[in-house]
Design a protein around this ligand. Structure first.
Ligand code: C2E
Ligand code: CA
Ligand code: CA
Length: 416
């Protein structure tokens, strides 16, 4: 048996068979679409689909997902009548599109770079950009990058995620946070952000919270995952504070966290190590999780409260506990679930749930946050029902922490 050769570097990423890749070309000009598709096929790409506008592209993605398949690369034209490329990027972010994107445009490199920055702020995977007219060399370069950096879809994507894999990911620093702003409805002023966890997996791409938080719910990963997320959130909050931005930072707590009686002390130490105060932090707990282990949860929450942390009841209205149970827990904030907020403008029953939640919150001295404000109509309706704070795609999607200061400037100058 020969010893490993010390002169060779890390192994090259496994080459991806182009025949297994699916590429979606989105351009309003037929000539461009046909040219790009022909070039992609000539390079061995197995499936090439074309769409003539943004709406068609989103529909195609839905169709692909419904068939249990993935789109590995979208070649996206920025200038299109109707829904333009920038708007498509926002929709892709909302849908948690995990494939790669290459921006495709006759615009100047500066415009393309701005679009790229925006896409990255949305946590989308941008492979690069290609200027028009397309060349074989540009396409080949793009596919080379796809085969190495963006090989996500081909590597064991069918294998379910495991707790062991998550523990490795935490250890290797693959957990990240996005921050979603909350703004006061009366003044539009940003009042805080919520940290939302993401897992930047080297093979599977960016994995959303819904897919991996449950893996940690009661097992060995619960503690290290929470520590990692809390650390990232506190670091971001401390950084903004140093720059003169004072925003509350909200972090989600899981059931497993709530049964750990040493949690209040651990959070308090971490907060003070970052030069922050407990009043700068909001801890969000869901109503349904609360009822699972009432005694421990009540003790943990009461001690957090005594230390000066703000507590929020999350997804309000979806749990099974009766409304009176709210009185037993010392919450400052009620987050009204997006299923009611999102329906309130059209549906009278949803509107009634929102308005009675607001009334109850007021009686108990709590602030209300309307979750899932997606449109101006949702905003107006939530404001009319008396909600204090808004959160949702209409205000901002979850952003990379470094994109927050830029977002604030844009938001405060927006007039819609
Ligand atoms: P949540 O705490 O209710 O967070 C809000 C979720 O709604 C986020 O999904 C956010 O991206 C999404 N969202 C925000 N605005 C809108 C909107 O206008 N429309 C729609 N349709 N959705 C919107 P995300 O990040 O995938 O998180 C899902 C859930 O996973 C969270 O729900 C939370 O319960 C849990 N989670 C996320 N991060 C963490 C974490 O760090 N720790 C724990 N324990 N749970 C987390
Ligand atoms: Ca939450
Ligand atoms: Ca929520």
């Amino acid at each position: 048996m020969s010893a490993p050769d010390p002169t060779t570097g890390p192994a090259e990423p496994a080459a991806v068979d182009p025949a297994r890749l699916r590429v979606l070309v989105v351009d309003d000009m037929q000539l461009m679409r046909d040219m790009a598709a022909a070039m992609l096929r000539a390079q061995g790409i197995g499936t090439v689909e074309t769409c003539d506008d943004g709406a068609a592209a989103l529909a195609a993605l839905d169709r692909i997902a419904a068939a249990g398949l993935t789109c590995d690369l979208m070649l996206l034209d920025l200038n299109m009548p109707g829904m333009d490329g920038i708007e498509v990027l926002r929709h892709l972010a909302e849908r948690g599109y995990e494939g790669q994107i290459a921006l495709f445009s006759a615009e100047s490199a500066r415009v393309l770079r701005t679009a790229e920055t925006l896409a990255r702020a949305h946590n989308l995977n941008i492979l690069g950009f290609v200027e028009k007219p397309l060349t074989d060399i540009a396409i080949a370069g793009l596919l080379r990058k796809l085969a190495t950096g963006g090989a996500r879809a081909v590597i064991d994507a069918d294998e379910p995620l495991s707790e062991a894999e998550l523990l490795d990911g935490i250890r290797l620093g693959q957990i990240e946070i996005m921050v979603q702003p909350k703004v006061a409805m009366a003044t539009r002023q940003p009042v805080g952000v919520e940290a939302l966890a993401r897992w930047r997996h080297p093979q599977r791409g960016v994995i959303g919270a819904g897919q991996f938080i449950p893996l940690a719910e009661n097992g060995a990963a619960a503690e290290p995952l929470f520590e990692a997320i809390l650390g990232l959130a506190l670091r971001a909050a401390a950084h903004w504070r140093a720059e003169g931005l004072s925003l509350q930072m909200a972090v989600n707590l899981s059931t497993a966290n709530l049964t750990r009686l040493d949690l209040p002390q651990r959070i308090a130490s971490a907060v003070s190590e970052h030069g922050l105060r407990p009043g700068d932090i909001v801890l969000e707990v869901t109503e349904s999780r609360l009822i699972e282990d009432q005694t421990a949860a009540l003790e943990v929450l009461t001690r957090l409260k005594l230390k000066g942390f703000n507590l929020a009841i999350d997804d309000f209205g979806t749990g099974y506990s009766s409304l009176e149970q709210l009185q037993r827990f010392p919450f400052e904030e009620m987050k009204i679930d997006r299923q009611f907020v999102g329906m309130a403008a059209q549906d009278q029953a949803a509107r009634a749930i929102v308005s009675s939640s607001v009334r109850l919150a007021r009686k108990l001295g709590m602030t209300t946050v309307a979750e899932g404000i997606e449109t101006r109509l949702d905003w107006d309706c939530a404001a009319e029902q008396g909600c204090d704070v808004a959160q949702g795609y209409f205000v901002a999607p979850p952003l990379k922490p470094e994109a927050l200061p830029g977002w604030i400037a844009t938001w405060l100058s927006r007039r819609d």
